[in-house]
Design a protein around this ligand. Sequence first.
Ligand SMILES: [Zn+2]
Length: 328
Amino acid sequence: MKCKYEKLNGHCRRKALDNSNRGYCLLHEGWNHKNEEETKEEFYREIEEGETDFEGCILPEVNLSGKKIDGFGISFYKATIKGDIYFNDARIEGFVGFYGATIEGNAWFSNTTIKGQLIFTWAIIKGLVLIVKTTVEEHASFDGATIKSIAVYPSTKFTALTFKHAKFEDIRAEENACRMAKITQERLGNRASADYHLYREKVAKRKQKRCIWRYLELPIQYIFRYGTHWWGILFTWFLVAFGSAFAYWFGNGIAMANEIIGISSSSSFFDFLYSFLNCLYFSSVITTFGYGDFHPVGSFKLLATFEAIFGTFMWAVFIAIFTRKYAR
Ligand SMILES: [Zn+2]
């Protein structure tokens, strides 16, 4: 009887086990300590025979060290590896795919050559990922993956590396990994992706700082987005201009020709609206070019000074980020 496991396209071709409740083959049934040796034997025998599709298989380990895999690539799509995976000194002519796989041990790539893509998209890697002296000729993707820790040595050659939406347990590993990804994306000219990894690198770096510095840098992360987005600045500018306008209005803080414009000068709804809009106008103007038909009175001169400095600074940063993003 054939194994009943349904793959993405078609059925499993292996023979079902006699004692499987679900009618699965040895590699889909899931191993226990009693059949560990048997499972390994079956897996390596299939590798020798040129089998490359291990979708959904439950394997005790994957040791392809020193092996040469010809053809399109090797896939462990949604497989579960109960131990380590080793690709040391291996040469894979196509892709290496662990899309959606769960690896309970470590992943070792040392002196490995991968001619196609290295895919760990949506994979869960519970151990350490170590990549040394390895060449990946196409895209290495850890997008959406859950990674405990990853060490990628500079001796590794990636054409492209991405960690979009990847979750890291080790914050230092996240910083380094995102820096590597940023460099590959800059080299390819993928600026949006390079900025994404730059932002994640900076956030990871901030989180490693000592207590007070970790929080002092928060405005740089949320308002300036480490120079990767300009909308945080516009939003903050709007918030400050609007908030200050309300303060001027409520505190009767501005005047025109010695006549106070604020809540006290208003008696009807339209007066209220009119005086508030004038305060908003003053607040907006002072953060941009400071046209002086209205002037602050009393302690509100302090708020106006703050706004003027704030506005000048924010516009400078806005222009810097805008230029960085669109004019290079
Ligand atoms: Zn099967």
